[in-house]
Design a protein around this ligand. Structure first.
Ligand code: AVJ
Length: 330
């Protein structure tokens, strides 16, 4: 869930933000709430510890998982045109930066990029990738921000002399939000990017068989990624989830235009967490992720409702994936 009102730009001279629950505390809290509620669900942001991030990188290489390579191809083929929209000395804010592969494509095409602010929840993964990027782009001011952008967004003030501030939100990660959450995210992004723009990837509605394969790969990497949520709980929260007692389940929910991932209990079992016992019946599920799919027009309409002026859209030949240029409010 997004917490409204917690996200705002941090300006120079601001003091530290009010108390925010520690990341480990938040995971424990949300896992207990998930186990106690019906239906049980937890945010997919908890997939991404060091091991989850590695598993996700492996997903991106899978033959069935088309989004990453398709978006990379779209960005590669249109990098010059995209860079022209960004203009000189632009400042890039990336939401949920993982391996930082995609940004290199843009940086190489851009006119003297001034600063790069990657925001990610997985601090260790981010610090490593940011250091490698800084080595390759010595003239660029690389400033990694370890933060949960679904909770709050504290950014340094704009760099004096920099061009426009451009948000970059690739991978269709926006599809993890519910439609109202996505709208709220876009509203907040519009404030942070005021006068600039947002470059955002959105996965497209397509043959459900293609979607099904992408989230049920033959090697079982997506299953391991899903189950890592329980493995992480065992590591960090001292739970004793038996991973072989849960089945990976992923399917396209057509009325909701989303792929859903669940972990389904293979038998009746009891989980202890925080001094409480939680019963899970055979066949009961923990809902771990929604991955919404969009039409080009539907996505542009949502952006417009959030105050953006939709610009050009780049799409691959097979119409699998879309990349949108959205002008932020002034
Ligand atoms: C990173 C949220 C875009 O929804 O496709 C990949 C995560 N989950 N396989 C997606 C994911 C299962 C991915 N996003």
């Amino acid at each position: 869930m997004l917490s409204r009102g917690l996200i705002r730009p941090l300006e120079a001279g601001d003091s530290e933000p009010p108390e925010v629950r520690s990341p480990a505390g938040a995971f424990a809290h949300d896992m207990m709430r998930a186990l106690a509620s019906r239906p049980r669900s937890i945010s997919p942001k908890y997939f991404y510890d060091a091991q989850g991030s590695q598993l996700f990188d492996r997903i991106c290489e899978l033959p069935e998982y088309y989004p990453t390579r398709t978006e990379l191809r779209i960005l590669t083929q249109n990098a010059r045109e995209i860079a022209a929209h960004m203009g000189p000395r632009a400042e890039i804010v990336e939401f949920g930066a993982g391996s930082l592969r995609k940004i290199r494509l843009l940086l190489d095409a851009m006119d003297r990029p001034a600063r790069y602010l990657p925001i990610d929840i997985s601090g260790e993964h981010l610090a490593q990738s940011a250091a490698a990027l800084q080595r390759d782009y010595p003239g660029l001011d690389v400033r990694p921000v370890e933060a949960d952008y679904t909770q709050r967004l504290l950014l340094p003030a704009r760099l004096p002399g920099a061009g426009q501030r451009v948000g970059f939100f690739p991978g269709s990660t926006i599809g993890n939000f519910t439609p109202p959450e996505a709208l709220h995210f876009l509203e907040i992004a519009g404030q942070v990017l005021r006068g600039g723009a947002l470059l955002v990837g959105a996965d497209l509605i397509k043959d459900p068989a293609v979607l099904h394969a992408a989230y049920n790969d033959a090697q079982g990497v997506t299953a391991a990624f899903n189950l890592n949520l329980l493995a992480r709980a065992n590591r960090e929260l001292g739970t004793r989830f038996a991973l072989d007692q849960f089945a990976h389940s992923a399917f396209y929910n057509a009325p909701h235009q989303r792929v859903e991932m669940h972990l389904v209990s293979r038998r009746r079992q009891k989980i202890a967490l925080g001094g409480e016992g939680y019963e899970i019946e055979e066949g009961e599920a923990l809902h771990t992720e929604n991955s919404h799919k969009f039409t080009v027009d539907g996505f542009r309409a949502m952006a417009q409702r959030a105050g953006f002026r939709p610009g050009p859209v780049w799409i691959d030949q097979d119409r699998l994936f879309s990349v949108h240029w959205l002008r932020a409010p002034n």
